[in-house]
Ligand binder design. Structure first.
Ligand code: SF4
Length: 76
């Protein structure tokens, strides 16, 4: 399993995460920021636990994010 986390308030809306991991990310029209799908806001962070099959695309999203607000880590 992996844990993906997004510090959404700092998102600049560049769309890169959606381009590399469209199954996990979407852009929100109301504020122009990315949303980690199927998550809710907890003190500014959006977090989900998901399967290893999403690791590669989301690691790429974390690497490409220009403001470095995506983290991806392996969990048990
Ligand atoms: S790559 Fe980073 S800054 Fe760009 S839309 Fe995604 S979370 Fe926001």
């Amino acid at each position: 399993m992996i844990r993906i986390s997004h510090h959404r308030i700092k998102c600049i809306g560049c769309n890169y995460c959606v381009e590399v991991a469209p199954n996990t990310w979407q852009m929100e029209e109301y504020d122009g920021k990315a949303l980690l799908k199927n998550t809710t806001n907890k003190k500014g962070f959006y977090t989900k636990i998901t399967g290893d099959d999403e690791y590669q695309a989301n690691k790429e999203a974390a690497d490409i994010c220009p403001v470095k607000i995506i983290t991806v880590e392996k969990v048990k």
